[in-house]
Design a protein around this ligand. Structure first.
Ligand code: GLV
Ligand code: MN
Ligand code: MN
Ligand code: MN
Length: 412
């Protein structure tokens, strides 16, 4: 290859394409936490880390972690990474891009024979999307010492508990508390991630530095009406749980439109019993509320809850809501943002700051060490969709910015 060939980008794209083969659903990419496809991907990443000369293992919660010691053993680690779980019918870059760019940077450092004044770790977290179990960034929060042991008793749609799934995966529920990393052990955390929005494309820039990550509340809600015969019960005498939830979803939309910068989504519904000739007796639905300003998030969530209770009361149905995620907005580390900026500018890219509406493992890592993120332009701003796409040139730009940042922090 010539000097101008985007060698690192080509390696990143090839590895991401290879990992995308591992799916729980033939024909589309679905890789839920602790599934067989997650296990296969974790083993593939483990093999890549070992091939690159990292000492690597899969930890008790299912994260893959590889390490290169620095000038002496046991130094604090600069951690590079992201996650390898996915949403249902996902794109291939959300998550794996941050793992693979970290791995390729580690490969490059080994190939150049460089010795750093800190340890370098690469991590592939496993539970960022939180779509299988009612958890909140559980694998990175295990490192942050914020794991809630009651998460282990949460169940997926098939009734399997997280504890059972983790044991089947080969993990160790009882070993989770010991995963907590001391602040002194973490020199910093850098996560490369696709932007999942249109700002970089509009700015005609391949990469941007993330300033802050929006706060996020998620709840599981249940509306209880009365299942009855769809042909015999007059309209005015029904307690239809789904008709109530329809009103609630519209209230969620209307209330969030009223507060600038906030977003709220009803993303999943389960209708019970779910038959054409039965009035819905129960509906479970998900609620996801995000805002850059904490007071806006709390205010909107409270307003939605009040509106749902009022709708339920008027319609004579029950309403219950259980909040299982309440992540504060996180400002990312200014020193690491500046280091990413310097590296980007050395490579000829404009310094560009942007906030993140999506959540990331960096939220958990920021609790135990300075953390920062680099966003990479994605086509049409599309993500959580199989059409997710980035260019080889942009993958190369991101990897070089990350490598340059590591060398800058190392004083090399
Ligand atoms: C996960 O990707 C999220 O931001 O919801
Ligand atoms: Mn992600
Ligand atoms: Mn995602
Ligand atoms: Mn995310």
């Amino acid at each position: 290859m010539t000097e101008t060939t985007p060698r690192l980008g080509a390696r990143v794209m090839a590895l991401i394409d290879d990992l995308a083969r591992h799916t729980d659903e033939p024909g589309r990419l679905t890789r839920l936490y602790l599934s067989p496809a997650h296990r296969a991907t974790a083993e593939a990443v483990l093999g890549l880390m070992r091939d690159a000369g990292l000492s690597a293992r899969i930890d008790a919660a299912g994260s893959v972690v590889g390490r290169i010691e620095g000038r002496e053993p046991g130094l604090p680690a600069l951690v590079l990474g992201s996650h390898i779980d996915s949403v249902v019918d996902a794109g291939r870059y959300d998550g794996p891009l941050g793992v693979v760019t970290g791995l390729v940077v580690a490969e490059e450092i080994r190939a150049r024979g460089l010795v750093l004044p800190f340890a370098l770790e690469v991590v592939a977290f496993g539970d960022e999307e939180n779509v299988r179990f009612p958890t909140s960034l559980s694998t990175s929060k295990a490192w942050a010492g914020q794991y809630r042991m009651e998460w282990l008793e949460g169940r997926d749609a098939a009734g399997t508990s997280l504890r059972e799934a983790l044991t089947q995966f080969g993990g160790d529920p009882d070993g989770i508390p010991a995963l907590a990393r001391a602040r002194e052990a973490i020199a910093g955390y850098l996560e490369v991630h696709i932007e999942q929005g249109p700002a970089l494309e509009a700015a005609v820039q391949p990469v941007g530095v993330v300033s802050a990550i929006a706060g996020l509340t998620r709840a599981r809600c249940t509306v209880t009406g009365e299942a009855n015969h769809a042909g015999t019960v007059p309209m005015g005498m029904r307690r239809d749980a789904l008709a109530a939830v329809a009103e609630m979803a519209l209230a969620v939309e209307r209330l969030s439109e009223g507060v600038a910068g906030t977003v709220a989504t009803v993303g999943s519904l389960t209708v019970v019993p779910g038959a054409v000739n039965v009035i819905p007796g129960q509906v479970d639905f998900s609620l996801d509320v995000r805002a850059p300003v904490e007071a806006d998030r709390h205010g909107l969530f409270a307003a939605i809850q009040a509106a749902c209770r009022a709708i339920a009361q008027r319609r004579g149905v029950g309403f219950a809501s259980e909040t299982y995620m309440d992540n504060a907005a996180v400002a990312l580390d200014l020193g690491l943002q500046a280091a990413l900026d310097r590296s980007a500018q050395r490579l000829g890219f404009a310094p560009l700051r942007l906030p993140s509406g999506a959540t990331h493992d960096a939220v958990a890592m920021a609790a135990i060490g300075p953390s920062a993120m680099l966003f990479v332009r994605c086509r049409g701003g599309i993500s959580h969709n199989p059409a997710e796409s980035i260019t080889l040139e942009d993958a190369d730009a991101a990897t070089r910015v990350l490598l340059g940042t590591v060398l800058d922090l190392a004083g090399l």
